[in-house]
Design a protein around this ligand. Structure first.
Ligand SMILES: NC(=O)c1ccc[n+]([C@@H]2O[C@H](COP(=O)([O-])OP(=O)(O)OC[C@H]3O[C@@H](n4cnc5c(N)ncnc54)[C@H](OP(=O)(O)O)[C@@H]3O)[C@@H](O)[C@H]2O)c1
Length: 297
């Protein structure tokens, strides 16, 4: 089969489309014929070697963790899913023709494979950090970097829970944030004052890692009411960094419910072929994705 792989850490040019052995479903796993793989910032962070000390990996390595496709092998001990089912979920080396998943759910009706591949990681992250920051119906949540993958999920889940969201994004994404139910404002010069004018903030999420944590603490009045997923320096200001994934199976079940109720829909800004995986990662790394990017297989 074909898969995207790299045999040294480095820039996007280390990515190659190669012939590889097909993976097989082990106990508790399924294998899918991949139709689409989600592109996440963590994919290029791993390829650059940003986690090589904390989480060493064997090279050559495949790329990608999110995918949607058609089940074609069911591992030992797996119930409730059959060959031919359309599923989305999380696994390893998903920028490939076949991939093994260890968490999955049946795709809700009406969802395309390319859309479905975009949900797993961002929905898990959004549910986790909304829970950790502690924000409730009737309160206001400030989201820095609200128009990307995680932000798009946070805004819609918060709206469903009766939480008011103030979101920051670039000038071109203000209408997009409003379409997801948020009060929108731009980041950049004067943003703290603009948020002040929009009202009291009960909790805040730093999704962009743009150096805004100090201001988010100022706006909430309490470092415990701020969570960052993108600024490793946040704990120096008493702010929690959330980096350990919670249950993907639970997140997928909740995603299915939200999508089926028409409450959650994350647009795909652009799709790429497997041969264009480097371009997908270059575009993701530029840091201005609206919704999601996916690789189609
Ligand atoms: N710790 C974890 O568990 C975890 C999990 C998932 C992701 N992450 C990290 O979280 C970050 C966001 O992930 P993602 O998938 O949502 O990324 P993404 O889809 O690439 O979105 C990034 C967003 O950041 C916004 N942005 C860029 N510059 C900004 C600035 N100066 N101020 C405010 N917003 C700005 C962009 O908005 P505009 O286009 O409007 O400029 C863009 O929509 C990444 O760094 C990723 O590695 C961490």
């Amino acid at each position: 089969m074909k898969r995207v792989s790299f045999d040294e850490f480095g820039g996007p040019d280390v990515l190659q489309l190669v012939d590889a052995e097909e993976p097989h479903a082990g106990p508790g796993q399924v294998r899918i014929a991949v139709r689409a793989a989600g592109v996440n910032p963590v994919d290029w962070r791993i390829r650059e070697g940003q986690f090589r000390e904390a989480h060493p990996i064997d090279l050559p390595s495949g790329v990608g963790q999110d995918a949607a496709g058609v089940v074609d092998e069911v591992g030992e001990g797996v119930d409730g899913v059959e060959v031919g089912d359309h599923v989305f979920g999380e696994g390893a080396s998903t920028y490939a023709e076949f991939a093994v998943l260890w968490a999955w759910a049946r795709m809700p009706g009406g969802l395309t494979f390319d859309e479905a591949a975009g949900y797993p990681s961002v929905v898990e992250t959004a549910l986790r950090i909304i829970g950790q920051v502690g924000v409730w119906s009737g309160q206001t949540l400030l989201v820095s970097g609200a128009s990307g993958g995680v932000g798009s999920a946070v805004l819609q889940i918060a709206r469903d829970r009766g939480i008011t969201v103030i979101g920051t994004a670039g000038a071109g994404n203000q209408d997009y944030l409003r379409s997801l139910g948020a009060v929108a404002t731009t980041y950049g010069e004067g943003w703290v004052e603009r948020v002040h004018r929009l009202g009291q903030v009960d909790a805040a999420l730093d999704l962009a890692g743009s150096g805004a944590v100090r201001e988010l603490v100022e706006l909430t009045g309490d470092p415990q009411k701020v969570i960052s997923i993108a600024d490793l320096g946040a704990p120096e200001l008493g702010v929690r960094f959330s980096g350990v994934a919670a249950s993907m199976a639970e997140a997928l079940a909740e995603a299915v419910d939200l999508i089926s109720r028409g409450t959650l829909r994350i647009p795909v800004e652009k799709s790429y072929t497997l041969a264009d995986a480097a371009a997908a990662q270059i575009d993701s790394r530029a840091g201005h994705t609206r919704g999601r990017r996916v690789v189609l297989v």
